[in-house]
Design a protein around this ligand. Sequence first.
Ligand SMILES: Cc1cc2nc3c(=O)[nH]c(=O)nc-3n(C[C@H](O)[C@H](O)[C@H](O)COP(=O)(O)OP(=O)(O)OC[C@H]3O[C@@H](n4cnc5c(N)ncnc54)[C@H](O)[C@@H]3O)c2cc1C
Length: 419
Amino acid sequence: MKKSDVVVIGGGLSGLFAAAVAAQNGKKVTVLSYGAGSLTIGGGIVDIMGYADGNVPFATPIEGVKNAPEGHPYTFIGEDTVKEAVEAFKKMASAEGYAYQGSLDEMQWIPTAVGTLKPTALVPRTMDVAKMEAAKKLVVVDLAGLKDFSAPMAAKNLGLLFPNKTIETVKVPELEKSGRDMTAFDTARLLDRADIRTMFAAALKSKAGKDVCFIVPPILGTHASYVAFDDITKQVGAPLVECAAVAPSVTGIRLRELMLSILRKQGVVFIEKANVCGNIVENGKVVAVTTKDFGRQRTYRADEFVLASGGFYGAGITADQENVKEVVFDLPIVAPARVEDWTNAKMFSDAKQPFAMIGIAVNEQLQPVDAEGAVIYPNVRVVGRNLAGYDFCFEKSGNGVALTSAYKAASLIVKGGKA
Ligand SMILES: Cc1cc2nc3c(=O)[nH]c(=O)nc-3n(C[C@H](O)[C@H](O)[C@H](O)COP(=O)(O)OP(=O)(O)OC[C@H]3O[C@@H](n4cnc5c(N)ncnc54)[C@H](O)[C@@H]3O)c2cc1C
């Protein structure tokens, strides 16, 4: 394998975006990935910062960034870089025909599958909450056979949140006899077909009308395009808003397809099933990483490395009763010393979970540092869920930290290391 300028370890959103930004700026990039990470189970939306300590919602995403607590990744990524990263992502997505909308100046409160609202920043056009907010009547789509979505429950909870709107459900018969419960992804695959879309739209049409908005589970096509969504919306004659739902995440799968399509056009080498398990260091710098797949070791050389291996969720960091370990470079992990202190007494509390804040300490250049703050490897940058100091689930900041740290790492590499 020829040497690359940059090797990215991890194929989640942070790895794919770091690769895209570096490649866009002329770098020869190889991505080594052992799975899709949380892209296919996450929401496919970009949360930036939803809640402060104590579960207090921020008025806008940028207010969340400005008020990030000490040690939070945003404090060293920097507000300006966050803004640039968001614009860069929106530009790339838009050029690819699957534009994201929203901004750092407005919180998007999107409906969830249970009819609550969740704060986020960037959403695909299928989740345009302004349409929901403007409507006088919300009609929740109750599709026969679809699992993990209860339209009556969602409708009941939306009724509590919007007492001035009329809330109804519309029953849609099974789209195809399958003999089993359908996931949102199974259904979205059916709606990739024009004939099924016509059948689906016909069932909704009876309740369409002025000031009506349909709330649908995320089923409006599997692809990173608006073809299915636009076709259904046109046939129904009223707006549809997809809600966030449980895995497998159709919107996350679309986001992955979007990123992979960008990388393909940029000529990025993408190697799947590449389990990176070692590294080669010469004169204090990493010169290569190694993978071991099907009993054969391969070596990937580069000048710069981006560690985007996803922390605990992505398996870039592992833990047992005695050890917490970063698996590729054996970097030190910042974690409470006693395992007993890793969790709050309550799973769902108004405080962050210490285990979620566990990660790798870095400096402002995103280089890994030891307990004294000394750089361990100058040509390694750490991004996304690997970073210490934030609880994405509590704050609603997951893909925001992923995108913005990836952008910063790639920009530093492109500029030769200077911020
Ligand atoms: C259920 C769920 C729902 C979520 N919903 C949202 C949401 O609605 N909005 C939001 O903003 N965020 C959400 N998040 C958070 C968000 O998905 C993550 O914070 C973010 O995507 C992390 O991206 P990442 O690239 O750092 O890590 P990951 O997505 O975990 O990717 C890590 C990658 O590294 C690879 N990898 C790991 N170890 C190795 C190795 N040794 N060799 C090669 N490859 C390796 C993995 O296979 C994977 O490809 C959600 C997360 C979860 C779990």
